[in-house]
Each structure stands twice: as structure tokens, then as C-alpha cells.
Design a protein around this ligand. Structure first.
Ligand SMILES: [Zn+2]
Length: 212
């Protein structure tokens, strides 16, 4: 069964939503605004460049310090119709269930990063499958790409940043103990994609806060 409350507002993140800063914005995961140019160490100031639409951090030499959202990649590892989740052992959301995933590294493809994170956190070796969805969290400055993955080896044991790895059938998902709304959306999309479970599957392009 899909949860019936799809239209409820996003619930809190068990305390991990950061405090609003002085300007009423959520601080981004990309960190504090840099004050110095990474290329030449001169101070940077916000300036709107010609033909651009918002201010950028620019140094006197004209180097632009780009500030863009970060990419998180992860998987729903599936075997025999059950999905493996990992219980987090670190903050944020310690003790709650998450998908294996993390920040994409430079030089990696999204699929490579998702496979690496899955192996690091669950000790499962996986083959990346279809796209489950792309989930935007503008207030956090994060975009998450979530794939289904087939388990091709390893054992489901806790590892880096996790304390337990367990498989759940579609009717056994611990909806009230999920670490992130992205996982909630991803699991709903995964379940909707299963035979007899939902309408024809289209990968979701989900933006948190959209009225749907
Ligand atoms: Zn510079």
C-alpha cells in the first residue's frame, strides 16, 4: 500500500533542518560564503556580470567563485523484491533508515559514485540499474540522484556511517523512521514502479515544496 498522505507538507527532518540564518535563508550545504578568491586569494565581492541574472562572487582580477548546489548520488539496492536500507550511525538523522548514498566526487560519473557509496555503507556490491528519480532540495542546496541497483555480491553488513543493514519488502517500509524526505519520495516512486502497484512509471523530477 502506498501511504495515503502524499499531500501532507514535508515533515521535519528530526532536527537536522538547519536554523534560518540572519537573512531568513537556510544555510547551504556548500558552506559559508567565501571571502577570498580560491584562484588568487584576493577578496571577492558580489557583482552581477554582464548578461547574467544574479550576483556572483568576483575578485579584482575577474575570477568568478561559482556557488552551485551539490550532487548526492545513491541507490535502492533490491534483491528478490526487497530493498536494502541502512541505519545511520552518524548525524544528521542518526538511528534512522537511509538509502546508501553520499556526495558525488570529482572525476566520478553519477553511477560510479552511487556504486561506491553503496559498497562503502552496506558492503553490498551492486550493479546500477534504472533511474528512480531526481530530487531537488533547493533550501539545502542539494540535488539527489537515486538509482535502483541489483545486488551482485558482498554481504549486507553495516560499515562506514551505518549500524545495521536490512531488507524491507514494499509493505514493510519503516515510513516513520526514514532519515530524509528524499528517501520517502524515492521509496514511493520505487513502489509505484512495481508491477501492479501504481500507474505507468515515469522517473520523478521532484522539487521539495511543490504543491504537486
Ligand atoms: Zn581571483
Amino acid at each position: 500500500m502506498l501511504p495515503a498522505d502524499r499531500h501532507r507538507p514535508p515533515r521535519d527532518y528530526h532536527g537536522v533542518v538547519p536554523e534560518l540564518d540572519a537573512s531568513g535563508q537556510f544555510p547551504l550545504t556548500i558552506g559559508e560564503e567565501p571571502r577570498f578568491c580560491p584562484a588568487c586569494a584576493q577578496p571577492v565581492v558580489p557583482r552581477t556580470l554582464e548578461a547574467d541574472h544574479r550576483p556572483r562572487l568576483v575578485c579584482p582580477s575577474g575570477h568568478v567563485t561559482w556557488r552551485n548546489p551539490r550532487l548526492v548520488v545513491g541507490t535502492l539496492p533490491v534483491s528478490a523484491g526487497r530493498v536494502y536500507l541502512a541505519r545511520r550511525s552518524i548525524e544528521p538523522a542518526a538511528g534512522l533508515w537511509s538509502y546508501p548514498g553520499g556526495f558525488l566526487e570529482s572525476g566520478e560519473s553519477a553511477q560510479e559514485g552511487a556504486r561506491r557509496e553503496t559498497e562503502e555503507e552496506t558492503q553490498l556490491r551492486v550493479e546500477i540499474g534504472r533511474l528512480i528519480g531526481v530530487y531537488s532540495r533547493p533550501h539545502a542546496g542539494v540535488v539527489t540522484i537515486l538509482y535502483e541497483a541489483a545486488i551482485v555480491g558482498g554481504r549486507p553488513d553495516p560499515a562506514s556511517e551505518t549500524s545495521e543493514v536490512r531488507a524491507f519488502g514494499p509493505d514493510e517500509i519503516p515510513w516513520d523512521e526514514l532519515a530524509f524526505t528524499t528517501l520517502e519520495s524515492g521509496l514511493r516512486d520505487w513502489i509505484a514502479s512495481l508491477p501492479g502497484r501504481g500507474p505507468r512509471f515515469e522517473p520523478e523530477l521532484y522539487v521539495e515544496g511543490d504543491p504537486e
